[in-house]
Design a protein around this ligand. Structure first.
Ligand code: ADP
Ligand code: ZN
Length: 738
């Protein structure tokens, strides 16, 4: 018997750099050999773990007796295609993250253990020999059976799904089976072919306006090549229609499409626009789906069955049989960046993947990130502007409401209340935006100045009214409310500051006749609560909507004519260099909810700084001019996109330990002028969930020098002996600095 040994370099999901060698023995059966992208089960330390084969070799650099055997090969195929392997390798290197953890993050949870991939099958119907010999005309008693036989003779075998679609799956099918003319067979997904002959479009395309047509033509020309497009379209300009028509072009080439959307954009409304347009299998991947559903979606994409995959951040790792286009909607949205652990940007990975797989990628936004605008300026991306609202809608009128010297009630100034009344009187809807849920951010004793403090975090506990409790929105701590001041025993504690619950209450008192609908994470916790609210809003009856970000993005509310922003001044003083950019994006998104159909929309912003030049610029000249001002500022101070940044985070229950670790690192790093080292400084919220957090910032004009410095940091930290209660993480291209 031939005795061969295959060496496998595998990635193990542990926080260690590099691959590990194992061997597969007794390979007299060549079908037993492994391929990159295959999953195996190995022992690692005192545990057993799933690992992914990355390389297959004849020899290892390790001594033969140091290499352990693979315990089990989990599937006979390499289920991770080379395109996803390549993307993961790139991501591990760019984000300086352990490769095993990257692969593991790229897989559905159910594939991270030892269970093999379930073989998914679909049911088909096939004619028996007798069936093939039968002339449908001879079945005179039942026209339906005759019809089904006719279908099967022209398409044998035929998927049960198709037969169901033709309403022939019930008794006609049962009868044919009973007569021995047809039988059901299970077909492995991979073999399943598209046999549905129905048209791809379930509803007609809209005729494109000139700008949309131009954008579509450009995209169409690049199908089959890598090209990055920045579809910059004001809210309501019909970006989605451009996506849909580009998707149609790709689907007609028998290719698949990946659509990434931010968590908040993942609304039933958005999804139904894709569902309604196309007659083809579509898959939605996001954290709200069960593990089983996600695994199915993953398999359907991998087999080529799902033609459109719509998902949040992690869907960027979905395997495809034949990918033809990637779309990243709301490309500026911060939820596209993972903020813990393996901190990748799904948008940036989308561009890398498109490049690797030679397919076009469309980044869409009404308010593109400064990075993308800069890339377009440098001609790395092609900008496709949509400057007009689609259909007949015109852009809204903007007003800054000066709050100086004006009393507020529930955060509302008199001029705003008047404005709200005017719009309601015209039978319209009003949207009020406040980015803070709960009743009030602080509970305070006016006698002694006691405030409802955090226990574990450096923030106040937010007061919630119904039900009444204090809640920390950062570590999720909840507790009951003191009935008297814990310090001076005074009986009266007063809420201070604004929250959506409180404003809702005040609005209801001011407008007792009008329904007030609050939309935030608390009010929409119950299943379908959000959907029901959206449905109510869409009846178009006069009402006041008060809500957080959940209300700001992506929705199309035809009857909202006034969008009001209660408080955005915080961003004007933000210490984060992206504070202004984010504010501009959010305000533009909120403004985009007003006047999306026939009626003129109006946008009002309450502020104590009505003369602020950037605010005025945003309101008078719009986001593109505002963004070009910000870009000029960034250039002056060498911040992204004119420089590159990485952060090293450290945390520990002990303040000094976190700080000292980063100090040691900072002392170790060479003092060269090409990478600036700043810090360590405490993170904005220095204490969170009982742990102290510090950060060290690395900054360079060149991406390459920055990455060299990060590699040095990583080597240093990986080899340093440190207490187990200290944790560190790297963040490349951070989107939050403090
Ligand atoms: P965006 O995604 O840019 O905010 P949408 O795609 O939601 O814009 O389009 C806004 C509205 O305009 C939708 O109701 C859409 O059906 C409509 N619309 C888009 N393109 C056209 C078009 N070419 N002709 C008429 N209506 C259109
Ligand atoms: Zn007190």
């Amino acid at each position: 018997m031939k005795h061969t040994r295959q060496i496998l370099s595998v990635a193990v999901p542990v926080p260690l750099t590099g691959l590990f060698d194992y061997y597969l023995e007794d390979l007299d059966d060549p079908t037993q050999s492994c391929l990159p992208g295959q999953r195996v089960w190995v022992s690692f330390g005192n545990r057993q773990l799933m690992a992914i084969v990355v390389e297959v070799k004849d020899n290892s650099e390790l001594a033969a007796d140091k290499i352990k055997p693979v315990l089990r090969v989990l599937e006979s195929d390499n289920i991770i295609p080379s395109s996803v392997m390549q993307l993961c390798r790139w991501a591990a290197s760019y984000y300086h993250h352990p490769i095993g953890e990257v692969y593991s993050a790229a897989l559905p949870t159910l594939l991270r253990g030892e269970k093999p991939l379930p073989v998914s099958t679909t049911t088909w119907v096939s004619l028996t020999d007798a069936g093939k010999q039968t002339d449908p005309k001879t079945i005179t008693r039942s026209p339906k059976q005759s019809q089904l036989l006719d279908v099967l003779l022209s398409q044998n075998p035929c998927s049960l799904a198709f037969i169901k679609q033709q309403s022939l799956a019930g008794s006609p099918l049962q009868s044919l089976i009973k007569k021995g003319l047809a039988e059901k067979i299970e077909v492995k997904e991979q073999l399943a072919q598209k046999n549905e002959s129905s048209a791809l479009l379930a509803e007609p395309n809209l005729p494109l306006n000139d700008e949309q047509q131009h954008a579509f033509d450009q995209i169409k020309q690049e199908l089959g090549n890598y090209h990055c497009f920045l579809l910059e379209g004001v809210t309501g300009s019909g970006k989605t229609e451009v996506y849909l028509q580009a998707i149609e072009a790709v689907l007609s080439n028998d290719q698949q499409v990946l659509v990434l959307i931010p968590e908040i954009g993942l609304t039933p409304q958005t999804l139904s626009r894709f569902k309604n347009r196309f007659n083809c299998p579509q898959t939605v991947l996001h954290s709200g789906r069960t593990e089983r559903q996600r695994l199915h979606g993953w398999q359907h994409a991998n087999s080529g069955h799902a033609r459109i995959v719509i998902g949040t951040r992690s869907a960027i790792f979905t395997p495809f049989k034949n990918l033809g286009l990637i779309i990243v909607d709301e490309e500026h949205d911060s939820s596209l960046k993972q903020q813990e652990g393996f901190r990748y940007s799904a948008r940036d990975l989308a561009i890398t993947r498109a490049h690797q797989q030679k397919v076009p990628v469309i980044l869409g936004s009404a308010t593109p990130s400064l990075e993308s605008l800069h890339n377009a300026e440098q001609n790395r991306y092609t900008k496709l502007p949509l400057t007009q609202r689609a259909g007949n809608a015109s852009l809204p009128i903007f007003r800054l409401l000066d709050l100086r010297g004006r009393p507020l009630e529930g955060g509302l100034s008199q001029p705003l209340v008047k404005l709200i009344r005017q719009h309601l009187d015209k039978q319209n809807q009003v949207l009020i935006f406040l980015n803070r849920r709960g009743y009030a951010p602080v509970l305070m004793c006016h006698e002694c100045g006691w405030i409802s403090e955090r226990r574990n975090c450096d923030t106040r506990m937010t007061l919630h009214h119904s039900p009444r409790y204090l809640h920390c929105h950062h570590c999720d701590e909840k507790r009951g409310i003191e009935t008297s001041c814990p310090t001076c025993k005074a009986k009266e504690l007063n809420p201070v500051g604004l929250g959506t619950e409180r404003t809702e209450q005040v609005l209801q008192e001011l407008f007792p006749e009008t329904p007030v609908v609050r939309v935030d994470r608390d009010s929409t916790r119950k299943k379908y609560a959000f959907e029901n609210m959206i449905a109510e809003i869409q009846t178009g009856k006069p009402c006041i909507l008060i809500g957080t970000q959940m209300l700001a993005k992506g929705h199309h509310f035809p009857n909202v004519t006034l969008a009001a922003i209660l408080d955005a001044d915080g961003a004007l003083y933000s210490s984060d260099f992206r504070g202004m950019e984010k504010m501009g994006q959010l305000l533009t998104q909120v403004a985009g909810r007003a006047g999306r159909e026939k009626q003129q929309g109006e946008v009002a912003l309450q502020t104590l700084e009505p003369e602020h030049p950037l605010l005025r610029c945003l309101f008078n000249e719009g986001y593109p001019t505002f963004a070009s001002h910000l870009l000029r500022e960034r250039k002056l101070i060498g911040l992204p996109p004119y420089g590159y940044i990485a952060l090293v985070h450290a945390q520990s229950p002990f303040r000094e330990k976190a700080q000292n670790l980063l100090q040691q690192l900072s002392d170790y790093l060479p003092d060269n002028s090409e990478t600036e080292v700043l810090g360590p400084i405490p993170s904005t919220m220095e204490r969170r969930a009982g742990r102290y957090r510090f950060q060290l910032m690395l900054k360079s004009e060149q991406r390459q020098t920055l990455h060299q410095s990060v590699s040095q940091c990583r080597l240093f930290l990986e080899n340093l002996k440190m207490d187990r209660d200290i944790r560190w993480q790297l963040d490349i291209d951070p989107i939050e600095l403090f």
